[in-house]
Ligand binder design. Structure first.
Ligand code: SAM
Ligand code: SF4
Length: 326
């Protein structure tokens, strides 16, 4: 089993399969992004090799993410292979939903068991403003396709920015409840230097969001966990849960069970720090021997930092979120 020097057991891997995306969310990317040259990105075979090594070392949950994972060519082949890894308990994906109308059914058959779909606004104009290029209809159709494909416990993710979509918290929650979905509200993290807004001006705390919701819905305390950082409340008389991901206002690092692999094969030990190990160099140096890869993974746990120190006033981490995978 993997564990770090603070005694935290690591059983959850987030795999970014691409840094590219068909949207340009203002809080995630700058307008003119440079993406990695293709030869720097891990091949699907290399990603599989890393996933298999992690599962042999005790990882039980893998989330595929990006960038937008569904724009990676042949992603379904990777899903099929990873889903078959013995001992993996759950394979999930975070997506912006735009490709789900065509892909939801095949994703389900290939072995993805749960989906998180990001949607920050239910107003078409505003959705376009937040994503720079996105069409809301496409994402709504994607959510419906995921439900029709039989995905259980689809969860929506909404990053709430003061001055942009803080007035839609109740509408987003109502949309989730009406469709029997879960929803998590996420505090914006200062990752990457963006041009569209000053992050210190758009911060809004989970408590503030919760207060808005409590005035409209009957929310009940809950100890539900889905393996990630969301803290959940249940909605009375509904299957829906409302989660709060509060990296700024309520540090959750003490219970962190996660590591991330970036699209170029860097094992990132913490979203809010730069501690990392280049696994690509190892798999390319030893393509048919997994022992050095596994040794590097085990050793890497020792440099996992105790916690992040996000401060919306400062962008200490120049890495954008599409690099790390959400
Ligand atoms: N493209 C997919 C999507 O949007 O769901 C997967 C990758 S995206 C980086 C994963 C999640 O990170 C999304 O829910 C997105 O809203 C969130 N995210 C991106 N940048 C963020 C930031 N600076 N702070 C907080 N959440 C962020
Ligand atoms: Fe793309 Fe997801 Fe980043 Fe939006 S949040 S730009 S959809 S990677």
């Amino acid at each position: 089993m993997l564990s770090d020097k603070f005694g935290r057991r690591i059983d959850y891997l987030r795999l970014s399969v691409t840094d590219r995306c068909n949207l340009r969310c203002t809080y995630c990317m700058s307008e003119d992004m440079n993406f990695l040259p293709r030869q720097q990105i891990l091949s699907l075979e290399e990603i599989y090799q890393v996933a298999a090594a992690f599962v042999e070392l005790g990882i039980r949950k893998i989330r595929l993410t990006g960038g937008e994972p569904l724009i990676r060519r042949d992603i379904l082949k990777l899903v099929e292979a990873v889903a078959k890894l013995p001992d993996l308990q759950e394979l999930t994906m975070t997506t912006n939903g735009t490709m789900l109308p065509e892909m939801a059914t095949s994703l389900k058959s290939a072995g993805v068991s749960r989906l998180n779909i990001s949607i920050d606004s239910l107003q078409p104009q505003r959705f376009k403003q937040l994503t720079r290029v996105g069409e809301l209809d496409q994402v709504i159709a994607g959510i419906e396709a995921a439900i029709d494909a039989g995905f259980k416990r689809v969860k929506l993710n909404a990053v709430i920015l003061d001055g942009f979509n803080q007035d839609e918290v109740v509408d987003l929650a109502q949309y989730a409840i009406s469709n029997g979905l879960d929803i998590s509200f996420i505090e914006e993290m200062p990752l990457g230097d963006i041009s569209s807004h000053q992050r210190q001006n758009t911060q809004i705390s989970s408590q503030h969001i919760k207060d808005q919701l409590i005035s409209r819905f009957n929310l009940l305390e809950s100890t539900d966990k889905t393996g990630g950082p969301s803290r959940y409340m249940r909605v009375a008389d509904s299957p829906s849960r409302i989660g709060f991901i509060s990296p700024i206002s309520d540090n959750f690092c003490a219970s962190c069970n996660r590591v991330r692999l970036t699209a170029e094969g860097r094992l990132l030990l913490c979203l809010g720090n730069e501690h990392s190990v280049d696994l690509r160099a190892i798999i390319r140096a030893y393509p048919s021997d997994t022992a050095p890869l596994k040794a590097a993974i085990i050793n890497a746990m020792q440099i996992k930092p105790e916690r992040h120190h996000f401060d919306p006033q400062r962008t200490d981490i120049v890495r954008f979120m599409n690099m790390s995978g959400g």
